[in-house]
Design a protein around this ligand. Structure first.
Ligand code: NAD
Length: 262
């Protein structure tokens, strides 16, 4: 069996909707074992699982709040119990709590940082513990483990009225790079995908409104709003042996959004 044909086990956080659902389904098409993490939307998670199965993959749904340490530890234990090991973590769960700066509450700040940044740290730490303990670098032709953070173009583009969100994504960039540097000698790869505007629930008030959509398209040189599968396809490649020499970097999947000066 070649490295490409090995069945991957993949944990996708926040996979009950949007980009997480798109990534989980893309791995389903690769016949992967997929852990569909969700927070509150069990119906959405079950729908994702149905799509994975229809595409030829396997999986189970797993409820966990990524900002809670005990939940995260339990989710990884269930994953190993079910599939025996983990190959890829997709740190995708994320939220926005928008507010002008002077009226931003400590709750709005903490909620976004604890989900988008601390949650990504907790999941990455459990994945690294597993990769290190199982010394999977001995598996020829494959990385010893793979972590992909779903960040945002706002890891480098400032965003007025969203200081908590942009800070969390800027934090992910340095978390990803510091971790990549630390674990590269162990043959563990760590990267991010930074999406531009992707049509999901997080921004539906924009892309469902024709006027706002027109304004948004002006910010995208490629003149189309992205779809979850645009991110899914890149995640598949970034988790494969095809990208084996890539670690510590971000791929902007944004239709050229980051080309415009801020
Ligand atoms: P979404 O709202 O559809 O998905 C977010 C998912 O995270 C949901 O399934 C939600 O239930 C889950 N989630 C929230 N809090 C959680 C928690 N504490 N524990 C576990 N899961 C939790 O929106 P999306 O656009 O698919 O967002 C996915 C990721 O992509 C986020 O990190 C977001 O910041 C990022 N992103 C989205 C866009 C975009 O334009 N849609 C652009 C850049 C980055």
């Amino acid at each position: 069996m070649t490295a490409q044909e090995i069945t991957q086990t993949v944990l996708v956080t926040g996979a009950s909707s949007g980009i997480g659902q798109g990534i989980a389904t893309a791995f389903g098409r690769k016949k992967a074992n997929v852990v569909v993490n969700y927070y509150s939307d069990e119906e959405g998670a079950n729908h994702t699982l149905d799509m994975i199965r229809e595409a030829g993959g396997h999986g189970f749904v797993c409820k966990a709040d990524v900002s809670k340490e005990d939940d995260v530890i339990s989710m990884f234990a269930q994953t190993i119990n079910e599939f025996g090991s983990l190959d890829v973590l997709i740190n995708n769960a994320g939220i926005q709590k928008d507010s002008s700066f002077s009226s931003m509450t400590i709750e709005q700040w903490n909620k976004v940082i604890s989900t988008n940044l601390t949650g990504h740290f907790l999941c990455a730490r459990e994945a690294i513990k597993h990769f290190e303990a199982t010394q999977r670098s001995k598996r020829e032709g494959n990385a010893a483990g793979n972590i992909i953070f779903i960040s945002s173009v706002h890891d480098i583009i400032p965003w007025a009225g969203h200081a908590n969100y942009a800070s969390s994504k800027g934090g992910i960039l340095m978390l990803m790079k510091s971790l990549a540097l630390e674990v590269a000698p162990k043959k563990i790869r760590v990267n991010s995908i930074s999406p531009g505007a992707i049509a999901t629930d997080i921004n539906d008030e924009v892309w469902k409104d024709e006027e706002k959509k027109k304004e948004l398209l002006k910010l995208i040189p490629y003149r189309r709003i992205g779809q979850p599968d645009d991110i899914g396809k890149v995640a598949i490649w970034l988790a494969s042996a095809e990208s084996d020499y890539i670690t510590g970097t971000t791929i902007y999947v944004d239709g050229g959004m980051t080309l415009y000066p801020g």
